[in-house]
Design a protein around this ligand. Structure first.
Ligand SMILES: CC(C)(COP(=O)(O)OP(=O)(O)OC[C@H]1O[C@@H](n2cnc3c(N)ncnc32)[C@H](O)[C@@H]1OP(=O)(O)O)[C@@H](O)C(=O)NCCC(=O)NCCS
Length: 160
């Protein structure tokens, strides 16, 4: 596979592919996959007109990942990275890093101040947490037992 990634706005036709890529990572729970479908449907219906953004990463004309990000309501230029996913077979080849740098650049252009990412403290998220640390996110808070008993929310942040 060609190693040039194109990053473009997410379109409605991407939805089934992005859901299958996300399911195929074996990281997310069924209810999270269902939530993603709703998030993408809402995005195309109205959220993108309210400031939410989603970008799709492509190689050789095929969608291989995406990132969804949005301003946090009632804050001064704080943003949330809601989702970032790279398909299982293209992980660890730099695509996630390219998507993350793209997200940060877009938020900076929008004068964003702070970017927050929430993830899980479970062992199967070890590589995900390493990914944020590698990109100079600071582990900022731990909400014990947030997702379920024993499954903490870890909040990472970066000043932009
Ligand atoms: C996290 C994720 C977006 C990173 O994208 P990626 O393209 O795999 O990452 P990159 O190639 O840009 O960077 C690799 C670095 O990320 C980390 N990493 C994350 N997932 C990894 C994986 N599956 N294999 C190897 N390294 C991984 C490592 O720190 C690695 O760097 P290192 O080897 O120097 O330590 C992607 O792996 C993914 O979609 N994972 C499953 C879904 C997920 O956890 N999403 C985030 C939810 S909060």
């Amino acid at each position: 596979m060609n190693d040039t990634t194109t990053i473009r706005p997410t379109v409605p036709a991407d939805t089934p592919i992005l859901i299958e890529l996300t399911r195929g990572t074996d990281i997310f729970k069924p209810m999270e996959i269902q939530a993603l479908r709703e998030v993408l449907d809402d995005y195309h219906a109205h959220a993108r007109n309210e400031g939410h953004r989603s970008v799709t990463g492509e190689r050789d004309g095929q969608a291989i990942g995406f990132a969804y990000f949005a301003p946090a309501a009632m804050t001064d230029r704080t943003w949330h990275l809601w989702w970032i996913v790279v398909g299982r077979h293209t992980q660890a080849r730099g695509v996630g890093g390219e998507l993350l740098r793209h997200v940060e650049a877009e938020i900076r252009r929008a004068h964003g101040r702070l970017l927050l990412v929430e993830t899980s403290g479970m062992p199967h998220y070890d590589l995900t947490r390493r990914f944020y640390l590698k990109h100079h996110y600071e582990q900022h808070a731990v909400l014990r037992d947030f997702y379920s008993d024993g499954d903490d929310m870890m909040v990472f942040r970066k000043r932009l």
